[in-house]
Design a protein. Structure first.
Length: 181
């Protein structure tokens, strides 16, 4: 894990809500949709140490619970790094290769809410639509020369991106309705 890996930001996002011990973070990774991250002590604790060395998290006083626990909280530097990560405009590469990271950012942006959430979703929508345009142009120029299996695989990918675009449009609509309430 580099200090600015997806795991680092996932940890910062979880700690943003409340200071937690490594054990608590491991339980979250094991029992939620974040399970694709390793809940192994060999992943979480070294990641926390790297974040501490980078001064993005610091150990804080733990509530007395009968056992010795090191509880971590984001520092001001860590909160700024996390906010900067959340505020990055979605890119084509994100849409094509890192949809899971976009959805992690969306999940944490959901806690922040407001216009940042809408701006993020509009950025995702824009990148998806542009990429779909490229895929359609590619299909128009190459489909006739593609073997059937390749065309079917290509069409599957295109349909997946179309489904994501429909979902983003619905998500934007929902954010508009929520703001009106």
């Amino acid at each position: 894990m580099t200090p600015d890996s997806t795991l680092a930001y996932a940890l910062l996002g979880l700690l943003h809500g409340a200071p937690q011990a490594g054990y608590d973070l491991r339980k979250t990774f094991a029992s939620t949709p974040l399970a694709h991250f390793s809940d192994s002590p060999g992943a979480i604790y070294p990641a926390l140490r790297r974040l501490a060395r980078r001064r993005w998290v610091a150990a804080v006083a733990a509530p007395r619970s009968g056992r010795r626990r090191k509880v971590f909280a984001p520092t001001d530097l860590g909160r700024r790094a996390f906010a900067q990560w959340l505020g990055q405009a979605p890119t084509r590469d994100d849409v094509v290769r890192a949809w899971d990271v976009l959805m992690l950012r969306l999940a944490f942006l959901g806690a922040v809410g407001g216009p940042r959430l809408t701006v993020f979703l509009r950025g995702v929508e824009s990148e998806l639509r542009a990429y779909l345009g490229e895929l359609e142009a590619y299909r128009a120029g190459h489909a006739a020369k593609m073997p059937l299996g390749a065309r079917l695989a290509f069409d599957s990918g295109v349909e997946g991106y179309r489904a994501q675009a429909r979902w983003v449009a619905r998500a934007l609509d929902r954010t508009r309705r929520e703001r009106r309430k």
